[in-house]
Design a protein around this ligand. Sequence first.
Ligand SMILES: Cc1cc2nc3c(=O)[nH]c(=O)nc-3n(C[C@H](O)[C@H](O)[C@H](O)COP(=O)(O)O)c2cc1C
Length: 181
Amino acid sequence: MPENTVDRYAFARAVLSRIPHGVAIVGAADGAERSCATGTAMYVSFSPPMIAIAEHPGSRTCKLIQRTGAFSVSFLHASQQDIAERAGKSAEGPDKFASLRIAPLEAPPDAGGAPAVADSMAVMWCVVRDSRATGDHILFTGEVKAHQVDPSKIDALLRFRRRYAHIGHETSEESPEGYPT
Ligand SMILES: Cc1cc2nc3c(=O)[nH]c(=O)nc-3n(C[C@H](O)[C@H](O)[C@H](O)COP(=O)(O)O)c2cc1C
């Protein structure tokens, strides 16, 4: 890198990488154009249920979300790391699910219409309630209109310290109420 050039990812590498995240695939579609991108999500409301995602405006998935006002979030199981690796790069062709041979899970009726990833741990189909530029990303807040959870899959795929990781062992009983959610 030339001297005096600011490395805009230095802070992300050094500090943001220390935020542990579940790995999710964000899906979106406008007719035959379908895309998916590796990312993550957090919840921002219990009632109504809402989650937030931050998407780079250059990504095809981001543009499809802006066009259609809908997205899906599929949280991946530890066995699905290869999907995270493949969806984290752009792909040729109108349908990224087909190009990358990622089996889609179609949205139920009235859930926005975005395709999700089959065999995931948990899937949420959302409609956009708010979107705003936040620095170099667009922050989308979506209301969860439909969901699907596979209770047999509990080994979440995580990202931490610029690596993929698996969840460790539990250190408490399930909370009877409140937090941890
Ligand atoms: C582990 C991982 C996490 C990522 N998280 C995000 C994210 O939160 N937001 C984002 O915009 N891109 C994220 N990316 C990058 C996108 O997945 C990548 O830019 C992708 O090529 C976008 O695909 P598209 O242009 O087909 O939509 C992540 C990539 C990886 C591998």
